[in-house]
Design a protein around this ligand. Structure first.
Ligand SMILES: NC(=O)c1ccc[n+]([C@@H]2O[C@H](COP(=O)([O-])OP(=O)(O)OC[C@H]3O[C@@H](n4cnc5c(N)ncnc54)[C@H](OP(=O)(O)O)[C@@H]3O)[C@@H](O)[C@H]2O)c1
Length: 291
């Protein structure tokens, strides 16, 4: 049985390839697909097949997907372009005769105000209409994205935001990749399932600050600001208007609890507790200080 993984040149997809191999899948029965030629060459050195694909070029997709029993469709990274890109990928999978598509969506897609959700919700609708058996992995907020807060805390003893007491049930990329590999190992029982893959608990920024205080061994404070002041602070750091709006809107989503859902789906697929945010912060800190 062969599996194609898109986004394998990126962080989550690469971890999924590694998780498939760790579960005993022969590297030769995995195709790592992506655009970046250097990263594809690195993956090839691990013994997996590689394919250069571009979501904007349907021919590359159909060719790469032909003969695959299962496809892990890791959502693309170009926000705003993904509806068409994912449509291309699903259509190519259907034409190529792929037996099962596993798609990485976002938590609560379809029933959330999360600014990133609309393209994922549309993709889920396309999957349902495709006629190809599929499973949706609605991934929660990556724990690794708290590296930004860690870095601010290391530099200044505080980090800024406008998320108030909003909670985030973050999950590590490695866990999410391992869960994807668990589904890909035997996709049929998961056909039609929609999993909300969250951490086992949710964290407020005050709790993250307390964790960073312990990790760094000095006081770390979360400075909560009104949205306009948060935007001004980000502009003072030199961020462009689009990025500022994006980050402030995301904090609004956090404040509204759009990333707070805790379901246990992730730990159930893993067969163990999910990696905690504390553990991921510790790894990020170790990796950062080891350089
Ligand atoms: N849950 C969360 O917190 C969260 C946060 C951010 C993003 N995401 C979503 O999760 C996905 C995976 O996350 P990640 O951290 O692994 O992202 P990443 O490291 O940026 O990887 C993105 C992958 O998408 C591929 N890609 C982008 N545009 C493509 C195109 N036109 N054709 C073919 N491949 C294309 C990239 O290929 P190349 O590098 O070869 O171009 C790369 O392999 C992201 O793409 C995004 O949809 C989730």
């Amino acid at each position: 049985m062969s599996v194609v993984v898109t986004g394998a040149t990126g962080q989550l997809g690469r971890l999924a390839v590694e998780a498939l191999i760790a579960r005993g899948r022969a590297p030769g029965a995995i195709t790592a697909a992506g655009r970046n030629a250097d990263r594809l060459a690195e993956l090839g050195e691990a013994g997996v097949a590689t394919a250069r694909i571009d979501f904007d070029d349907p021919d590359t997709l159909e060719e790469a997907f032909r003969g695959a029993d299962a496809l892990l469709l890791v959502s693309g990274s170009e926000v705003g372009a993904r509806e068409l890109q994912h449509r291309n990928a699903i259509e190519a999978a259907r034409k190529a005769g792929v037996n099962h598509i596993v798609y990485t969506s976002v938590v609560k897609a379809g029933e959330t105000t999360l600014i990133l959700a609309p393209e994922h919700a549309l993709t889920e609708e396309m999957l349902a209409a495709s006629g190809v058996p599929y499973t949706v992995l609605r991934n929660g907020w990556y724990s690794e994205l708290f590296e930004a807060e860690l870095q601010q805390a290391e530099q200044s003893g505080s980090f800024l935001g406008s998320a108030g007491k909003g909670e985030v049930a973050a999950a590590s990329r490695a866990d999410l990749a391992e869960a994807a590999a668990a589904v890909l190992a035997d996709p049929a029982p998961h056909a039609g399932a929609v999993y909300e893959l969250t951490g086992d608990r949710a964290w407020t920024n005050d709790e993250v600050a307390a964790e960073l205080t312990e990790l760094l061994g000095r006081p770390v404070e979360y400075r909560d600001l009104p949205a306009e002041e948060h935007a001004e602070a980000l502009m003072d750091e030199g961020l462009d208007d689009g990025t500022v709006r994006f980050l402030v809107d995301l904090d609004r989503n956090k404040l509204d609890g759009e990333l707070a859902l805790v379901t246990g789906d992730l730990s159930r697929l893993l067969g163990r507790p999910a990696t905690t945010l504390s553990e991921t912060l510790r790894s990020l800190y170790r990796d950062g200080t080891a350089q």
